[in-house]
Structure formats: C-alpha cells, structure tokens
Design a protein. Structure first.
Length: 210
C-alpha cells in the first residue's frame, strides 16, 4: 500500500512538472531559445519525431515556440507544443547592438490593416517597432498599423513599384532615410520612426488611410 501511494505521488509530481514545463511564459525565455514558425501553410505539431505520429496542433506562420532540443537525427525540434519538423522553424532576429529591447514579447499585436482585414504582428517584429517608436517618441500602435497596411508584416515584401520590406521603402530612399537593409526589421523600423519624427509620415501611402 505504501509503495502504491509513493508511485501515485510520483506520477502526480511528474505530470505537474510536465505541465509547468509546457506552460513556461515566453516573456521569461531568453530570445535565443525562441523559434519562429516560417511554414506558410502552418506547422504540424506531432506527438513524436516522425511523420507517422499523430498531429495534435497546427501552428500559424509567425508563431513563437520555445526550443527544448533536437531529435537524434537533428531533423525534428522538440518545443513547448510537441515535435515539429525543423526546416520550418528559424531563430528569431537578434536585437542589434546599441538598440534596446522594450520587453514587449506578447502574442496579441493585432491591428486593422485598413484593407478590410486584421493583421497580427509576430512578437519579434513588434519588438523592433516598439523599440524604434520609443527611440523617436512615436506611437508604436500607429507604426504597427502602417506596417500592417504596407506589407501585412511581411519583412520580405516587394511592392509593384519596387518598394521593399516591412515599411515598403524605395531603394532610392535608402541613403536619405539612413537605411542599410530594408529587409531588416530593425533597420526599417528605426528609419521609419525617424522619418515620422521629422514629420514625413505623409511619404507613406498608408498614412492617408490610417
């Protein structure tokens, strides 16, 4: 009887430990332990590292998961939801030296894109926008709406007239805006916030729609 009681207690403690492990808030996780879902059609989460295992969830592109390790063959990632194929997970963009993190690492950065839809910024993109807005005294939510309208939060978007990146900056404006790489969300966010602070928001087409 005493042995059985011990075994039951052990199981309860073990399950409680697993529950705590799975529910670790992402705000408490170091940035280099976060992975970004890049699968356009969604990423399957399985019960074990094999295509034969059951699918228990599908994660949307832009979701963040906590990296807990790899399978023996290195192809699968164990994260806080289960097992997923590693090719569709990437490390989040590091915070550049000299630019401070705001601490905003949430999952609800959804705004009206002004095109009749609601777009949600991945936390790693929101982090750059909030940091840039704080640096230049701008409204981060206004900048989020501009980015949603301009690119739907796609840092690799290319417009019909050659506009590039999160805020759709023209290559011939790089020097004036102080842009090195418009595909880089930190570079684009800081350049845009600086232009807004100079009263140049009118240069963005979406500024008239927000």
């Amino acid at each position: 009887m005493r042995t059985m009681t011990f075994a039951v207690a052990l199981v309860v403690v073990t399950l409680a430990g697993i529950g705590a492990w799975i529910s670790v808030p992402k705000t408490a996780i170091a940035q280099d332990s976060l992975l970004l879902v890049t699968a356009g059609d969604g990423l399957n989460v399985r019960t074990c590292p094999s295509l034969d295992c059951d699918v228990v969830d599908v994660l949307e592109v832009g979701s963040l998961v906590v990296d807990y390790g790899r399978s023996d063959d290195g192809e699968w990632v164990l994260h806080d939801g289960g097992w997923s194929f590693g090719d569709w997970l990437s490390g989040t963009e590091p915070i550049p030296e000299g630019r401070s993190a705001t601490g905003y690492v949430e999952t609800d950065y959804c705004v009206d894109s002004s095109w009749g839809s609601t777009d949600c910024a991945p936390p790693w993109i929101a982090e750059a926008i909030f940091s840039a807005a704080a640096e230049y005294g701008q409204d981060p939510w206004y900048m989020l709406r501009i980015a949603a309208c301009e690119s739907h939060f796609d840092p690799y978007a290319v417009g019909a007239m050659g506009e590039i990146g999160l805020f759709q900056i023209f290559p011939d404006e790089y020097a004036e805006y102080g842009v090195t790489d418009a595909y880089d969300v930190w570079d684009a966010s800081y350049a845009t916030a600086r232009q807004f602070s100079l009263g140049n928001a009118w240069r963005w087409t979406c500024a008239s729609r927000i």
